[in-house]
Design a protein around this ligand. Structure first.
Ligand SMILES: Cc1ncc(COP(=O)(O)O)c(C=O)c1O
Length: 431
């Protein structure tokens, strides 16, 4: 492995590992940080770190902030000695960032949650105008806070005519943000990244992407023009529903180093650094990420195809009839037949493991989750366990007939059968 390559710090880790698949990276991307004989990484919980004993080695952070830190993610050699205080940098989160940077193939910073990551991105980019579409309601909440402080304009991502106002003389342009969430929460439908990148870049704006619903290896937004990519690492990167985490990946456009150091410096003051325990859980999780995500994606496509065939009457029999009596519409990127040209190009390894369906009436959407044995009725997504949510519970902007499903790593036929028995149980009760 490439241990020795890390000693000169000349190439970023995402270059050094570019020939390895995600499965291999998950197990080896942090080999350069094996500083002890443990096979499983140690958990470092310290918030503070001893300065060098030799007074000659004392360099105040104000004089050399970069030298005092250990930005493995930026391609500098990871060191044991640069840590000061864990709000700035800490060994286990550095390790996680090193791994993430090779997974996403761009320098990554971690945050205490996905929303903290989005907040940090807005603070750093400081746009006057932000174009955003429907999507995770929490991101709209963060943008609302940012607007409260800055008075920025918020315009509709899907209506380019709204990106300027002739009367007041403002328009979305240089330094502004076009923010695309794809696949989008809660439906799982995908959008053409190249199209939105072109619209943003034509105006000198940046395209920021929330790719939470399509983690690696399913989607590489940088390949299609994104400038920054954020994830709720809580979801597929964590993968076990036991840690909160946010990720910002910084596109390696000209001058990316300034953006990396800028965001790292601002994070020290925002204080939304990832906790040590969560970072350790994150490293544990990345070991199996390729296995999990590939299987969850395949599972979802099969469950979606089955439910959709039932709804369309292509699947017949008792099971299909029960499904059709409960579900009226299924939404997922795999069903976007008219978009398959660009979609297959942008997501060649499969679609996101989240989809949604609408029932005929609200009561069915509200009651179906309680009939299922293998799906937890809970919000969130991305874990190895399948979840279903009557989405109105946590997001009142969606229709009351919508259920969001996060497919886990179980066997897909078991999930299918559970959904069928749930629909049958509802029908038997007269719903
Ligand atoms: C698309 C999307 N972005 C961001 C977030 C926020 O992430 P977190 O809960 O880690 O703050 C979520 C959470 O569900 C999400 O679904």
């Amino acid at each position: 492995m490439a241990n020795s390559n890390h000693t000169n710090g000349s190439a970023a880790p995402h270059d050094q590992f570019s020939n390895y698949t995600l499965a291999t990276l998950g197990i080896h991307a942090d080999d350069s940080m094996h500083h002890d004989t443990d096979v499983a990484p140690s958990l470092h919980v310290s918030t503070t770190f001893r300065y060098p004993r030799d007074p000659e080695d004392l360099v105040p952070a104000s004089r050399s902030p970069q030298a005092r830190q250990t930005p493995a993610a930026a391609g500098l050699p990871p060191s044991d000695t640069g840590y000061i205080y864990s709000r700035y940098q800490a060994p286990t989160s550095s390790r996680l960032e090193l791994m993430l940077s090779s997974f996403i193939r761009a320098p990554c910073l971690t945050y205490s949650s996905g929303l903290a990551a989005f907040h940090a991105l807005l603070v750093y980019l400081n746009p006057k105008v932000v174009a955003i579409g429907a999507g995770y309601h929490g991101c709209h909440g963060v943008l609302g806070l940012y607007q409260k402080l800055t008075g920025c304009k918020i315009v509709d991502l899907f209506d380019e005519a709204s990106w300027q106002d002739g009367g007041e003389g403002w328009s979305l342009g240089k330094g502004d943000v076009v923010h695309l969430e794809s696949p989008v929460n809660p439906t799982g439908l995908a959008f053409d990244i190249e199209l939105f990148a072109a619209r943003a870049h034509r105006r000198g704006a940046v395209l920021t992407m929330d790719a939470t619903f399509a983690p690696p290896p399913l989607l590489d937004p940088f390949k299609w023009g994104a400038d920054y990519v954020m994830h709720s690492g809580t979801k597929y990167f964590g993968g076990h529903s036991d840690m909160l985490c946010g990720i910002v990946a910084i596109g390696r456009n000209e001058g990316w180093e300034k953006n990396y150091w800028g965001m790292l410096g601002e994070r020290c003051n925002l204080g939304s650094t990832l906790g040590n325990m969560e970072a350790w859980l994150g490293v544990r999780s990345l070991r199996t990420m390729a296995l999990r995500v590939e299987r969850q994606s395949r599972n979802a496509e099969q469950v979606v195809a089955f439910l959709d065939a039932c709804v369309r009457g292509e699947e017949t029999g008792e099971a299909a009839q029960a499904v059709k009596k409960v579900i009226r519409r299924v939404q997922h990127a795999s069903l976007q037949k008219e978009d398959m040209g660009w979609l297959k190009k942008q997501m060649p390894y499969g679609f996101g493991p989240v989809f949604s369906f609408d029932t005929h009436v609200e009561e069915q959407a509200k009651r179906l989750p309680s009939k299922l044995h293998l799906f937890h009725h809970a919000t969130s997504l991305g874990g190895v366990e399948s979840l279903i949510e009557w989405r109105h519970m946590s997001d009142n902007t969606v229709e009351t007939t919508l259920c969001r499903v996060s497919i886990g790593a179980e066997t897909w036929e078991d999930l299918r059968d559970d959904l069928v028995q749930g629909c049958k149980a509802l029908v038997a009760e007269g719903w």
